[in-house]
Design a binder for this molecule. Structure first.
Ligand code: ATP
Ligand code: MG
Length: 384
């Protein structure tokens, strides 16, 4: 479909002048893109009530808006819970992967990333695992529901994090949207529970004043080094909150500081801030403070030093991950997709598996490689 035709259809659907849509495309608020034969429009920024990550899919006979998943307010102090909530609070596990909306459109299942792109890799893997189950849900309840969940595990292009219950690739639903709003948690659970699709773990239901239980839950997650919690009102009367563990803050820093000139910069301040307030609220003593400070320092320094040493050994600094596709065409689709998004990746290795699936090792170069090489050569600092 041509861009002009897509603009015309979307304008008609939203009841707006074509020129308004054209301007939004020119200002890059909207982006036109295709997934296979399916054209769609992405809101790259919020615009007049359409959240960032909202998608408009333009089918042959129908058109559909899928709203963006809103961002969740972070808290630095657990005691914020008392002011924020009304009475009951549902404590759910926050899983560390990437946000994926699963939708049903013209008889197919599509997986949409947080930013609003239909990801060919995620779509193929989720279809491979759950296509029938997803279709059952949409047919039985409402074809316009939007499942919101986290893809976790190590076999994905976005966030690689090992989970014992999902080492490679799995999907855990944490919300269901109907239009712009969320269905109640009880209804969400009813919909998902009699299917093979998984839900995130519920860690407790507490009264909003029960700080003790909340602290206890966080300590338990800390022991297993799980990411954190999302706190929700059972009926979404107030917005959810999120809170993360020390283990996660340190892991983030460790990962980010392998590449100080890439993720490192923005990770540093936010993660240190989270730690400061966590330590403050926990009220630890001098001895424990020294231990925590040492762990924090190592998480920052060690990975960066390791990266420098890689260069000394004539190795490059890059990010690396493995994906597994049900068939080789999905790999082609994925590479083409990354290309369209302007993400520079290189295929390092392709291994066919006995069952017909294909494993691919993918490499993404980092800016830090160039910056660190220059520092090693000249000794000059790129920043003051
Ligand atoms: P933002 O700050 O905009 O929310 P982010 O990518 O920085 O985005 P995170 O800090 O990871 O987000 O926290 C929010 C995300 O956590 C959600 O978008 C969702 O993908 C993920 N998540 C994991 N578990 C849950 C859960 N139980 N409930 C809601 N979201 C969850
Ligand atoms: Mg996350």
């Amino acid at each position: 479909m041509s861009l002009e035709r897509a603009i015309k259809k979307v304008a008609e659907y939203l009841g707006l002048e074509e020129q308004v849509i054209k301007d939004l495309v020119n200002r890059r608020v909207l982006r036109y893109i295709e997934y296979k034969d399916l054209p769609y429009i992405v809101f790259r920024r919020e615009w007049k009530g359409f959240r960032e990550g909202t998608v408009i899919i333009i089918g042959s006979t129908t058109i559909k808006v899928i709203h963006g998943y809103p961002s969740i307010q972070r808290i630095l102090l657990l005691k914020a819970v008392q002011r924020h909530f009304i009475d009951q609070v549902i404590v759910e596990e926050k899983m560390d992967g990437y946000n994926v909306r699963v939708v049903f459109f013209e008889d197919r299942i599509l997986a949409i990333t947080r930013g609003g792109y239909i990801c060919p890799y995620t779509t193929a893997r989720l279809k491979h695992m759950y296509e029938e189950e997803f279709k059952k849900i949409f047919k039985r309840y409402d074809e316009d529901l939007v499942l919101c969940g986290e893809v976790v595990g190590e076999e994905n292009p976005y966030v690689q994090h090992y989970y014992p219950e999902a080492p490679y690739f799995d999907y855990f639903v944490f919300d269901i949207m109907r239009g712009k709003s969320f269905v109640k948690i009880k209804e969400r659970d009813n919909i998902i529970n009699n299917t093979k699709v998984k839900l995130v773990r519920r860690l407790g239901v507490i009264g909003k004043d029960d700080l003790n239980t909340l602290q206890h839950i966080v300590r338990r997650l800390e022991r297993d080094c799980r990411e954190g919690i999302v706190l929700k009102d059972p009926e979404h009367r107030v917005k959810p909150l999120k809170y993360t563990t020390t283990c996660t803050h340190l892991n983030d820093l460790e990962l980010g500081m392998k590449y100080p000139f890439d993720e490192g910069r923005s990770f540093l301040f936010s993660r240190i801030l989270r730690e400061i307030w966590k330590i403050y609220e926990e009220g630890i003593d001098e001895k424990e403070l020294a231990e925590r400070a040492k762990a924090l320092g190592l998480a920052i320094l060690k990975p960066a030093l390791e990266s420098i040493n890689r260069l000394r050994e004539d190795k490059a600094i890059y990010e690396e991950y493995t994906i597994r596709v049900p068939d080789i065409r999905v790999l082609d689709d994925f590479i083409e997709y990354m290309d369209k998004l302007g993400v520079n990746i290189a295929l390092a290795q392709v291994t066919p598996l006995p069952d017909g699936q294909v494993k691919a090792r993918i490499i993404k170069m980092k800016n830090t490689d160039i910056e660190f090489r220059r520092i090693l050569r000249t000794g000059y600092s790129p920043i003051d």
